[in-house]
Design a protein around this ligand. Sequence first.
Ligand code: PMP
Length: 426
Amino acid sequence: MPFTPNRDFKRAPRLFARAQGLYYYDPAGRAIIDGVSGLFATAAGHGREEIAQAVHDQLRELDFTPNFLRSHPLAFEATRRLAALLPQGLDRLFLVNSGSEAVDTAIKIALAWHRARGDGRRSLLVSRERAYHGVNIGGTALGGILNNRKAFADVLPAVAHLRHTWRAESVFSRGQPETGGEELAHDLQRIVELRGAENIAAVFVEPIAGSTGVLVPPRGYLENLRAICDRHGLLLVFDEVICGFGRTGKAFAAQSFGVRPDIITVAKAITNGTIPMGAVAVDRRIHDDILAAAPEDGIEFFHGYTWGGNPAACAASIAALDIFERERLFERGEALAPRFAERLHALADLPAVADIRSYGLLGAVELKPEGQPGRRGYEVQKTLFDAGLHLKSTGDALILAPALVAETAHLDEIFSILRRVLATLR
Ligand code: PMP
């Protein structure tokens, strides 16, 4: 099992057998409330009948076609629907099957674009400490987590890492920290000066570093990265695999923070978590330049996956986007966010809590480490499961990302379990 201490799991397996709404059920029928939308995926809650029906109907109509040389109408409909939610002009899409594939595809698009413009020396990538961009080779190189990188260090493409954006002075801040944005973004300027803009292709950031602990960028940070990229001809890529689809209050974090990247990667909630799917959205000019540079009648971009844009995933995505729209889910999530933040930050009085961070419906409670760093987070996450709450731990941080359809009563339940368990810790 991935990212799992397998020996420990075999001793005490924790299984889900069923899910509906905000709840998972174990094989014995015990309800476990879902505090993290599975894994940042089920924005509209579990067991959505409309999606199941759409996938069922699609499999009976057209079960499979690759998207090479031929395609199918739903692939175009899905991309049109997605483009309508994205920042204006990011309307050329490449469909893949996961967040990791989206990231590695985005790397290749960025490199292909510079080469198409005769700027082929630009191959260095920039990302951040504590970044997570999936586990394919490109994303592993971008990532800023030692354990994920160390066995592969000598085969990873070249990446320069900015500092992560957590600062001790911003502890317990709600939303964006007020200070440090400009200074932290200046790391990019320093890398440009050290390595030369002419060697750098693109800067990858999660608008909010999600799976490593909800590190919300200070005010001005993303704006300054954008300005430095513009000044030096670097592409700015937002990895919105977690932040996308209403998690931050708007459809995408690019809109919440008012910063327009050149490329956005998405996955997870794109099908409400049901069928594997991801997408890379690129600015139209990137698409046009790559096409213009290719020989007449030749393949423009040598890349693709057998299941990218498969009919079942496209049907699931369109059905999910229908639900998001019909139920005005992004607005609903935005309206729920202050209540979520209030309950989350109320945990600050507990002695074991070292920091709390939040933005939109994304939050983290950082525990004071006990013994080896990460040990306590892992143990508490298991205790919470046994107490009836599913969430994600990363190091000693507990991460919450409830579904956008959560009701106040769900938040009450999530936070009462959390308080009860955390109150036993010192
Ligand atoms: N990018 C980000 C920001 C992610 O959070 C994740 C997954 N948590 C990925 C990429 C990788 O996605 P996947 O697991 O679907 O490959």
